[in-house]
Design a protein around this ligand. Structure first.
Ligand code: SF4
Length: 491
């Protein structure tokens, strides 16, 4: 079970999947730029970190469990030769928590070497694995990334690089943003629905692919654009440019709306919008839809901050006396190593992590703003903390719709049984967490602020209907998984 683990910027919230990066530079070693960009993507995965490079002759790989800062020594980086490479930070989403599932996944096969870093989750990995095993492929991990690597390796025996990637894309079903290394060529691929983010950046002496633009900023680069859904981007090994191939065209996309709400760094630009501003916009909408008059508006640190700033700004336009204050102080040193497998320990953890500023809340009516409610434990504890600190009223506003269903696309969202809103009305959730009032943002508001129609977003966790064909779940569009495994020889 991974969802009991703490997360760096949210208290017991959904946990991030993975971050991927790839660089091709003129002559400079790729190892350090990859290492710095993984640092920038650390929030997307804290379980393991890895880099694979290629020096024109052979592949070099270093993959370790742990945080980026712990996973690489200076010597490790010096041994990662070559001016092109890919990197990965991982939070386990498919496969078990062991080094065999850590990434990038690296293999050598008949037509060269292959490295693969994957963000997302395939929903038809088992069918593909069965088929490939029937063809004689031996797997070393339980993850879905190895399935993609084997399928691609197989296709590369018969096709050129671009066609081989296309063939694999036509067989895999689910969410993926990939950075791939075939010998010294670095590629980036985004699934046809564009569920997971991936963008292209330009450096002085090369190009970079990354899950988020904050990684490009860290390298002093410039964001060129997002990789398009269904697009393959091939970086020139000498760092001089990139080629684009639109391999699969699809009418609708299925961007994960939660990236904008919670997962991505606020300083990243996604879909041409700064994530921080999107969150502020969602906060403003929250006030418009469900504002409540109170003395003070406070964010739940750190996840509610941008929402609260937008909400309070809109509230102050209506009533200048509303105060916007940081009334909850976070202990930053209760970190990721704090593992809380039981409900009881999770409850105690809130006390360890947050302390209310009494003078801000005593005798006043308070609105606290957060980005989401998952199990409700944290919200319940927060309300209690504020009442104990003397708040007269505690209202809660949430910058996302109620989460009612799990995620199959690579987010550790908790199970249906654990999700407080899966079988409770808003009023019942309010009662459970003990707030004087509770309101969420509507799905229409999310679609409005993200400037995407509902049919271009994945809303699976808030509607229970998914943009992919998942066993036992309903879909929100006309979609079916490719038929694979039927023509495999049996041995
Ligand atoms: S189900 Fe929710 S968290 Fe998962 S991809 Fe869809 S929107 Fe994102």
């Amino acid at each position: 079970m991974t969802h009991g683990r703490d997360d760096s910027h949210h208290l017991g919230g959904p946990t991030e999947k993975c971050g991927v990066v790839g660089v091709a530079l003129g002559s400079r070693s790729a190892a350090r730029p990859l290492y710095y960009s993984l640092y920038a993507l650390q929030h997307r995965g804290q379980e393991s970190a890895g880099i694979v490079t290629h020096d024109g002759f052979q592949q070099h790989s270093h993959v370790q469990m742990g945080l980026v800062g712990d996973a690489f020594s200076a010597d490790d980086l010096n041994e990662l030769n070559g001016s092109a490479g890919i990197g990965h930070v991982r939070y386990p989403t498919a496969g078990d928590v062991s080094k065999s599932c850590a990434q990038p996944f690296a293999v050598s096969f008949k037509s060269g070497s292959l490295g693969l870093a994957h963000n997302g989750n395939l929903v038809n990995a088992d069918e593909l694995r069965d088929e490939l095993e029937n063809y004689g492929h031996a797997f070393t991990s339980t993850g879905d990334t190895e399935v993609i690597a084997h399928d691609l390796a197989r296709n590369l025996l018969e096709e050129d690089l671009v066609r081989a990637v296309k063939r694999t894309m036509e067989r895999i079903h689910g969410s993926y943003a990939l950075t791939i290394m075939h010998d010294e060529t670095v590629l980036g691929v985004r699934d046809p629905e564009g569920n997971r983010p991936l963008c292209i950046g330009k450096l002085d002496d090369g190009y970079v692919l990354a899950s988020e633009s904050a990684a490009i900023d860290t390298l002093d680069g410039e964001l060129v654009r997002d990789v398009k859904p269904g697009e393959l981007v091939v970086l020139a090994p000498d760092g001089s440019g990139f080629d684009s191939y639109q391999l699969i065209e699809q009418e609708n996309t299925a961007h994960c709306f939660f990236e904008h709400i919670y997962f991505a760094r606020p300083d990243s630009v996604m879909n041409d919008s700064l994530v921080y501003e999107v969150r502020r916009g969602l906060g403003r909408k929250l006030w418009e839809e469900n504002g409540v008059d109170t003395d003070v508006v406070m964010p739940v640190p750190d996840s509610g901050r941008a929402f609260a700033s937008g909400y309070a700004e809109a509230a102050q336009e209506d009533d200048a006396t509303v105060e916007f204050a940081e009334g909850l102080m976070k202990n930053r040193y209760v970190g990721r190593t704090f593992i809380m497998p039981t409900q009881d320990e999770r409850e105690r953890a809130v006390r360890l992590k947050l302390n209310p500023i009494k003078s801000t809340v005593e005798g006043r009516s308070v609105t606290i703003i957060d980005d989401s409610i998952v199990r409700g434990t944290t919200s319940n504890q927060l309300v209690e903390l504020l009442r104990e600190a003397g708040a007269e009223e505690v209202h809660m506003r949430i910058g996302a719709p109620p989460i009612i269903a799990p995620c199959y696309m690579g987010i550790n969202m908790a199970t249906r049984e654990e999700l407080i809103a899966s079988d409770k009305s808003v009023e019942e959730v309010r009662e459970t967490i003990g707030a004087d009032s509770l309101a969420y943002l509507s799905i229409d508001a999310v679609s409005d602020v993200l400037e995407k129609s509902r049919s271009d977003l994945c809303l699976g966790c808030v509607t229970g209907e998914y943009p992919y064909d998942i066993d036992g779940e309903t879909t929100d569009r006309d979609v079916s998984r490719p038929v694979v495994g039927s023509n495999a020889p049996t041995q």
